[in-house]
Write a protein that binds this ligand. Structure first.
Ligand code: TRP
Length: 361
């Protein structure tokens, strides 16, 4: 029987962190053995939100070096860069023809991210945040935007590419006929839109060219950063996949623990403790650790040291794998070029069918 197809992408943020690893990459590595997998660097998507100065090419290569060192294998799956497979742009354009603008304005991620970027950009400049006169006002209000959302929408930050983010993502997925898309829960609205776009295209052209994909969630809970907020580059609270030895040890030492537990034999509460959140993933006997903490049978120092011993061997192994690419990112580039060839061959088949349906050919 033919293997089902899996597609997923990550925006190139450079070196990835353990949140990305547990949230997506670990799943990719497992899936490559079971499915026909396409994993790509969503560099065009990064352009919709990244600052103009982000070194996307270098960040892409560093991210893929991390993928490879963690065990993603170009002999088992197709690894490529979105912008090397121009069909993504071509299909996004075609899908744009049948995607109602109202769907895009309704997209919750669009609103949230736009407001977040807007807040960061105008932090401390409340005078600039006054409501502008914008041509978008009427349209936005008819979609139930709050005042702040409306202001963000009218700022120079909102552009066509960003509004069309989910259309490009739909193209990424539908090009390969994916049955499954491994994603975090935050991406669910985007996947739902992909399904709606697929359905609408099939309906309008009375065809079955597109498969409606299903999400595949990772079982892991969201991993907190060392300060207990969500792990994120922008908070500076990450443990990088490339941290090991003393760098790793230093980060574990800084991890937030129960502030009431001052002495080793004080009774602790592991619920909000970052170290314990990591134990749950790395320690096969985390239930015992939970009891020890609650009973005051272990101190935070010893618990952190133990965590380091649990994590470091895997991290050292990955560091050794990464050695191969250090200072030789052209090796990663070669892998991406090979991957792009394979992805192009598959994508061309879909694109031809789409052009045929639209009577372009
Ligand atoms: N939007 C995704 C994110 O921010 C990245 C992405 C782009 C993606 N295209 C995709 C994920 C296709 C899955 C499938 O994480």
């Amino acid at each position: 029987m033919e293997k089902k197809i899996v597609v997923s992408g990550m925006r190139p943020t450079g070196r990835i962190h353990l949140g990305n690893y547990w949230g997506a990459l670990k799943n990719y590595i497992k899936l490559q053995d079971e499915y026909e997998c396409y994993f790509f660097v969503a560099d065009w998507h990064a352009l919709t939100t990244a600052s103009e100065r982000a070194p996307l090419r270098e960040n892409s290569l560093l991210m893929v070096a991390d993928w490879l060192s963690a065990g993603l294998d170009p002999n088992k799956c197709t690894i490529f860069r979105q912008s090397d497979v121009r069909y993504h742009a071509e299909l996004a354009l075609m899908l744009g023809m049948i995607t109602p603008i109202s769907w895009l304005f309704r997209n919750p991620t669009f609103k949230e991210v736009l407001v977040e970027i807007y807040r960061q950009k105008y932090k401390g400049q409340e005078d600039k945040m006054k409501k502008s006169e914008g041509a978008m006002d009427a349209m936005a209000s008819s979609h139930g935007f709050s005042d702040e959302e409306n202001m963000a929408l009218n700022s120079e930050l909102s552009n066509y590419g960003f509004l069309g983010y989910p259309v490009l993502q739909a193209a990424d997925i539908l090009l390969y006929g994916a049955s499954y898309v491994p994603i975090g829960k935050d991406q669910l609205p985007h996947l739902e839109m992909t399904r709606e776009i697929a359905r609408r295209f099939n309906h309008i052209y009375k065809t079955k060219v597109f498969t409606e994909p299903q999400p595949l969630f990772t079982s892991a809970a969201v991993l907190p950063g060392i300060d207990k907020r969500k792990m994120s580059k922008s908070y500076g609270n990450t443990v990088e996949l490339s941290d090991y030895g003393s760098a790793l040890e230093a980060k574990i030492k800084k991890m937030f623990t129960d502030p009431q537990k001052l002495r080793a034999n004080d009774k602790g509460n592991p619920d909000g403790c970052v170290v314990f959140a990591f134990h749950k993933l790395y320690n096969p006997n985390s239930a015992l650790r939970e009891r020890e903490c609650r009973d005051g049978a272990i101190g935070c120092g010893a618990c952190k040291k133990h965590l380091y011993e649990l994590i470091n061997p895997e991290m050292e192994k990955m560091a050794a794998n990464r050695e191969k690419y250090s200072g030789k990112l052209e090796l990663v580039e070669e892998i991406l070029q090979e991957g792009a060839k394979k992805a192009c061959a598959r994508a061309a088949l879909t694109m031809e069918k789409v052009a045929r349906e639209a009577k372009l050919i």
